[in-house]
Design a protein around this ligand. Structure first.
Ligand SMILES: Cc1cc2nc3c(=O)[nH]c(=O)nc-3n(C[C@H](O)[C@H](O)[C@H](O)COP(=O)(O)OP(=O)(O)OC[C@H]3O[C@@H](n4cnc5c(N)ncnc54)[C@H](O)[C@@H]3O)c2cc1C
Length: 303
């Protein structure tokens, strides 16, 4: 299918792009890698009057280590992040999650920021961003504001970013000593969106969990942070029994949803089969157990 008609605008700088969003008004969408937006246009799931392309803005594809944060610019593509030695050593969860996104040609064009801004309930990167307490820098004609990932995802394909704001960058905390991170997902075919996936970051000292963050995707209209499962682990001995108890708390941290409701939120643009909520929740539970086991082992907890 062909996309509906739209006018195309090339941003020259982040500020120029934000100015265009304000000037052109509602009905304008940012174009980054186009790996979600173009299929949505072709399927008539979106019909914006204007597209503002960030792709030609110089110096926006950076990946930078700044103090205790790793900062990824709006046009840094997923494959650049995947192959960055800094990302792998400083924020291993991001490196592992991005490897699981789609296939290499898509990762070569799709951006990390674009995936987070798109806010699909089944996508790897919004879920990893939530577990990592990432921060989004939003730029508009009014200036800059920062929003934490915990407040950013407000619904299926809906975020706290206003239509006149671009996400200029995302930053992630660098993993500290004793921290292990892991991504785990189950998808029907390699490269498909996951049925459910889990992102974990855990810090272990003297055999005890001193900090932990767990998020899952595929079980709600947005990625979900599992505070109940985190509470089971925090302060506890980092062993297999505690991990099993924490994983068992996964479902308690989720709101049951009607299967049709979930399909409406999750299926657009993912071509995933309709799967029931209870099945997705049980897959999420097993992915939490797997990701926790790997992360705690990497943190030096389980031997
Ligand atoms: C065949 C196929 C398989 C895929 N499989 C997966 C998968 O397994 N897992 C997965 O997570 N993704 C998958 N994707 C989607 C892919 O990861 C996209 O690249 C990503 O979702 C969007 O990034 P993008 O840079 O292409 O953004 P675009 O498609 O350009 O934009 C997506 C949306 O985000 C908005 N946006 C983008 N950047 C910004 C910004 N800086 N500021 C404000 N708004 C912005 C756009 O306006 C648009 O609404 C797949 C895509 C395809 C085509």
């Amino acid at each position: 299918m062909k996309p509906p008609p739209f006018s195309y605008h090339r941003g020259r700088t982040p500020e120029h792009a934000a100015g265009l969003l304000r000037e052109l008004g509602p009905g304008t969408r940012v174009l980054a890698g186009g790996q979600s937006l173009l299929p949505m246009l072709n399927l008539r799931l979106a019909e914006p009057a204007h597209l503002v392309d960030l792709g030609s803005i110089p110096d926006l594809g950076f990946i930078r280590h700044e103090g205790d944060r790793l900062v990824v610019g709006a046009t840094a593509c997923q494959s650049a992040v995947e192959h960055s030695a800094d990302v792998r050593s400083l924020v291993p969860l991001l490196a592992e999650a991005v490897e699981n996104v789609a296939h290499p040609p898509i990762r070569h064009r799709g951006t990390v920021v674009g995936s987070i801004a798109h806010a699909s309930a089944v996508a790897e990167l919004p879920c990893a961003a939530l577990a990592l307490d990432a921060r989004l820098t939003l730029l508009s004609a009014d200036g800059v504001r920062t929003v934490g990932a915990g407040e950013f995802f407000t619904g299926a394909f809906i975020t706290a970013a206003r239509p006149d704001e671009i996400v200029a960058q995302v930053d992630f905390p660098v993993a500290g000593p004793g921290t292990g991170q892991a991504w785990s997902e189950f998808s029907l075919r390699r490269g498909n969106f996951p049925v459910a996936g889990a992102a974990v970051s855990v810090t272990v000292a003297d055999g005890r969990v001193i900090d932990v963050a767990i998020a899952v995707c595929g079980v709600a209209d947005r990625p979900v942070r599992l505070h109940a499962a985190e509470d089971v682990l925090r302060g506890a001995t980092a062993d297999r029994e505690t991990i099993a108890m924490a994983a068992a708390a996964t479902v308690a941290g989720l709101e049951p949803r009607a299967d049709g409701d979930l399909a409406a939120h999750i299926l657009p643009v993912t071509s995933a089969p309709v799967l029931g909520w209870a099945y997705r929740a049980s897959v999420a539970t097993s992915q939490v157990r797997r990701a926790l086991t790997t992360a705690v082992t990497r943190a030096g907890g389980i031997r």
